[in-house]
Design a protein around this ligand. Structure first.
Ligand code: NAD
Ligand code: ADE
Length: 427
């Protein structure tokens, strides 16, 4: 682990040449980002601005970081998932010093929140002028942090990790317990100059709407996900390619003839279902929304409740953005070596906590991010990326061309946040 000047932290800086060569290939495949660099290069819309990002630290994200930097921004970055960093991409950015990166593949949850805080904290102790977020964790770290600082000041109260359910949230609460007493003004200070955030994904947008409804969103927020050139391309065509890439890199399984259940037939689910169909698998869809269910029928997929097919399915993919989609009761009924993966943003679509707590269960690591979980009766199931998004955990996410669309939207959103003529309202 490199920790030079304490102002970046990557797995192995010597990977930078490899990362740079891949970034150069990606630039050719990311014409939107490169054209945006060219168009605004004289104007330098981010001159003097500090931007923090929490978004999978891949080769494509390196092109985004260098686009923001080339338009004047001082950039600090972390990944929004513990398994999604491409270490060569992080090394190339750290080496070129086009952004300060705090990311490596295989973070612990404590390291994850540490990296997020480092990406938010500029050398003079101030926070960013704007945030690029993917899933909302960076935004929520600030908002919840301010809430707990207030409680700490008023009543010396600190968050209790046992009061929340998910591992990520428990780790965040534990992290606050360490850092708030050290500096009870920190999250207020880091939030002070934030003019706006641009949010990348469906789940992050849902979280922002929830905050906004409760009047707890103190920033301007731009919904990048719902741009047609994001959700109707990245979520659909990106997942159509990267879901297969993830399953194959993890398991090398033959897809033709296999029975696949895709849970959720929104943009991501549509891409996944089509991908397995194109690979000659027999595809079933589970969907709660009647219109999406009908769309699945119209594409020739059989719409089924998971309970009615669980024993026959070879590959399960969750793509709902909702929680509790595959329970342990489902898992114990699955075939030997059924493959179970999630491509939604968070890890709670599969009940991983329940699986880990199953009496007598054994976890056998086949390789990083591919585990066989063996039940006491001897049959096992293969879980991808510990239930976290499999296309970034087991593979390298979407290809550059589709990410160019998403990230051009991100750059334009950031330009509009910093446009002095913008009249956006907070929240
Ligand atoms: P979406 O809202 O378009 O689709 C989700 C679908 O799931 C909806 O049709 C909904 O009715 C259905 N659904 C919800 N609860 C369900 C349940 N209990 N059973 C069956 N179906 C259910 O969302 P999307 O844009 O497709 O995104 C899905 C998830 O994928 C989100 O978490 C998003 O953030 C994430 N995402 C991941 C990637 C990636 O690269 N891994 C890319 C884009 C989005
Ligand atoms: N989301 C899906 N694929 C991605 C990629 N390659 N880089 C960043 N975010 C992503």
């Amino acid at each position: 682990m490199e920790d030079l000047n304490n102002d970046f932290k990557v797995k192995d800086i010597s990977l930078h040449e490899w990362g740079r060569k891949e970034i150069e290939l990606a630039e050719v495949e990311m014409p939107g980002c490169m054209a945006t660099r060219e168009k605004y290069k004289e104007q330098q819309p981010f001159a003097g601005k500090k931007i923090s990002g929490s978004l999978h630290m891949t080769i494509q994200t390196a092109v985004l970081i260098e686009s923001l930097n080339s338009l004047g921004a001082e950039v600090r970055w972390c990944s929004c998932n513990i398994y999604s960093t491409q270490d060569q991409a992080a090394a190339a950015i750290a080496k070129a010093d086009t952004g300060k990166v705090f990311a490596w593949k295989g973070l612990t949850l404590n390291e994850y929140w540490w990296c997020t805080l480092k990406a938010l904290t500029f050398p003079d102790g101030s926070g960013p002028d704007s945030i690029v977020d993917d899933g909302g964790d960076m935004t929520i770290m600030l908002i919840e942090g301010m809430k707990w600082e207030k409680k700490y000041k008023e009543k010396q109260e600190l968050p209790d990790p046992e009061s929340v359910t998910g591992d990520d949230e428990k780790a965040l609460y534990q992290f606050y317990r360490e850092v708030i007493p050290q500096d009870p003004e920190r999250f207020h200070r880091l939030s002070k100059n934030v003019k706006g955030i641009s949010e990348e994904t469906t789940t992050g947008v849902h979280r922002l709407y929830q905050l906004s409804k409760k009047k707890l969103l103190p920033f301007v927020a731009i919904n990048v996900n719902d741009s047609v050139t994001k959700s109707k391309f990245d979520n659909l065509y990106g997942c159509r390619q990267s879901v297969i890439d993830g399953v194959i890199r993890a398991t090398d399984v033959m897809l033709a003839g296999k029975k696949v259940l895709v849970c959720g037939y929104g943009d991501v689910g549509k891409g996944c279902a089509q991908a397995f169909k194109d690979n000659h698998a027999v595809v079933y869809v589970a969907e709660v929304d009647p219109i999406c269910a009908l769309q699945a029928c119209m594409e020739g997929f059989q719409v089924k409740r998971i309970e009615t097919v669980v024993q026959d399915i070879d590959i399960f993919i969750t793509a709902t953005g909702n929680k509790g989609i595959i329970s342990v009761a489902h898992m114990e009924k699955m075939k030997n070596n059924a493959i179970v993966g999630n491509i939604g943003h968070f890890d709670n679509e599969l009940d991983m906590a329940g699986l880990k707590a199953y009496p007598g269960i054994k976890r056998i690591e086949i390789k990083p991010q591919t585990d066989r979980w063996v039940f006491p009766d001897g049959h096992g199931i293969i879980i991808l990326a510990d239930g976290r998004l499999l296309n970034l955990g087991c593979s390298t996410g979407h290809p550059s061309f589709v990410m160019s669309n998403s990230f051009t939207n991100q750059i334009l959103a950031q330009i509009s946040i910093h446009d002095p003529n913008s009249t956006y309202q907070n929240g």
